[in-house]
Write a protein that binds this ligand. Structure first.
Ligand code: BGP
Length: 477
């Protein structure tokens, strides 16, 4: 028996345009960041090293996002499957380069706009509310190459033009919006969110925080505009949240965990929710020689564009220790830390910690008292298709059950949690590894890392399980 979820709880699933749509050059779309990232484990290495070169080896690498899982042509079938599970909400993103192929044009691409009209209409036909991420790791390539991505202040104006078009066009179809996906991941993997790789390790922080500042201003402008154009809109920020535990009770480690945790989890949240740079950041900037260039009105803009709710992804917690040896470092944990001896990890080394989600929800609600939505959570795993075509993904069900139970506990704790969209409700291209074989879906897609596959969709065991979860409003787990 699960805990009591509110009656209007938004159950659903989440994807991003670049990871599902494919059709990378159809419908007038321009290339974006994801289109030039190679598939396979090499991706993360290229993503994290400074000086990423976009002219990479087209002979050696595959580019899975070009085709992804062909949602562009199969959205009707996919949305029907989401509806069969009972989705109340579907989190998706709009590919900026479908609307402005280069990012800096004055006139939008009508074909791109019309595509999302069709998707929204299809969702509404099935009673599913769209939740739209405006920027999800898919900066138009032209903005990266010509302008240096978000390092360049000019992107604020291009973004403003883009969101103005979106809000005006979709004002009767989309109520829930998110500005930048996992905005606080910027310092760890700037290429994803900020659209540039740092010039060198020495300049990583300076460049990333400057880029982040531009995104804070752009996000605040979007929130203000959204509220003006769509008065009933709900606009949220989107963070990666990783509760940060001290490795032990050594006060040095406790202080270190506190510092790392607030920098990663709360810095961007404070700017979005409270509308100001938090007190603790000034010392950090000073000690790291970071100087943010701002225009006079920036802080006022940020103050005027605070968000209505907070959304976040939750995959793992983080355990911190002031002095760490190399063999203590948790390899798969994207945001650092040491291995937690109490936790098991996924096949990609991501530590699995359902209780950490309850901690996250309590920490966020305690700090901000704003409605919360978990917009990504799930298990990337290898799936096996049985001879009769079935996929028995009990490991995924166990993972999700644990996290949904933790949300139930947090609701009992008094947290205002309004929705849950598990990540990759349909198999898609992994963001960090560029693999098809790292699967998250309730819906299996017959497509493989070597490029083979029919793209046919089928229901995994978790599909039927999630349907019951939604149907019973979280009672049957
Ligand atoms: C988040 C991203 C998603 C998604 C997810 C899973 O960081 O917002 O785009 O991909 O992580 O990560 P991965 O695909 O690397 O397993």
């Amino acid at each position: 028996m699960g805990k009591q979820f509110p009656d209007n709880f938004l159950w659903g699933g989440a994807t991003a345009a670049n990871q599902v749509e494919g059709a990378s050059l159809e419908g007038g779309k321009g290339l974006n960041l994801a289109d030039v990232l190679p598939g396979g484990k090499v991706r993360m290495k290229l993503l994290t090293q400074p000086g990423f070169d976009f002219e990479i080896d087209k002979e050696t690498y595959t580019y899975p996002n070009h085709e992804a899982v062909d949602f562009y042509h199969r959205y009707k079938e996919d949305i029907a499957l989401f509806a069969e599970m009972g989705f109340k909400v579907y989190r998706m993103s709009i590919a900026w380069s479908r609307i402005f192929p280069n990012g800096d044009e004055h006139e939008p691409n009508e074909e791109g706009l019309a595509f999302y009209d069709r998707v929204f209409d299809e969702l509404h036909k099935h009673g599913i509310e769209p939740l739209v991420t405006i920027a999800h790791y898919e900066t138009p390539l032209h903005l990266i190459k010509e302008y240096g991505g978000w390092k360049n202040r000019k992107l604020i104006a291009f973004f403003e033009r883009y969101v103005t078009v979106l809000f005006n066009r979709y004002k009767d179809k989309v109520k829930y919006w998110l500005t930048f996906n996992e905005i606080n991941g910027a310092t760890h993997f700037p290429l994803f969110g900020l659209g540039f790789s740092p010039t060198s390790e020495e300049t990583r922080l300076q460049e990333s925080f400057q880029g982040l500042h531009h995104q804070f201003v752009a996000s605040a402008i979007a929130v203000k505009l959204g509220h003006e154009i769509i008065p009933e809109s709900q606009i949220g920020c989107m963070l990666i949240y990783a509760p940060t535990y001290a490795y032990d009770s050594n006060p040095e480690n406790v202080m270190h965990a506190l510092e790392e945790g607030r920098l990663f989890n709360f810095f961007s949240g404070d700017v979005h929710v409270r509308g100001e740079y938090p007190a603790f950041i000034h010392r950090y900037f000073k000690e790291n020689g970071i100087q943010i260039e701002m225009e006079e009105s920036d802080l006022e803009t940020i103050k005027e564009g605070t968000v209505d709710f907070i959304s976040f992804s939750y995959y793992m917690s983080r355990t911190e220790k002031k002095e760490k040896t190399t063999d203590e470092i948790g390899e798969g944990n994207l945001i650092g830390g040491v291995k937690n001896p109490f936790l098991k990890a996924s096949d990609w080394g991501w530590e699995i910690d359902p209780t950490g989600l309850r901690v996250a929800l309590n920490e966020l609600y305690g700090r901000y008292q704003k409605p919360l939505m978990v917009v990504e959570n799930g298990l990337g795993a290898y799936d096996k298709v049985e001879e009769d075509g079935s996929i028995i993904d009990d490991y995924r069900i166990d993972y999700l059950r644990g996290h949904i139970q933790a949300m139930g506990e947090a609701i009992e704790d008094g947290v205002d949690l309004i929705g849950y969209t598990s990540w990759g409700c349909i198999d898609l291209v992994s963001a960090s590894s560029g693999e098809y074989s790292k699967r998250y879906g309730f819906i299996y897609v017959d497509k493989h890392d070597d490029g083979s596959g029919t793209m046919e969709r089928s229901r995994k065991k978790s599909f039927f399980w999630y349907k019951d979860v939604i149907n019973s409003n979280g009672e049957i787990l």
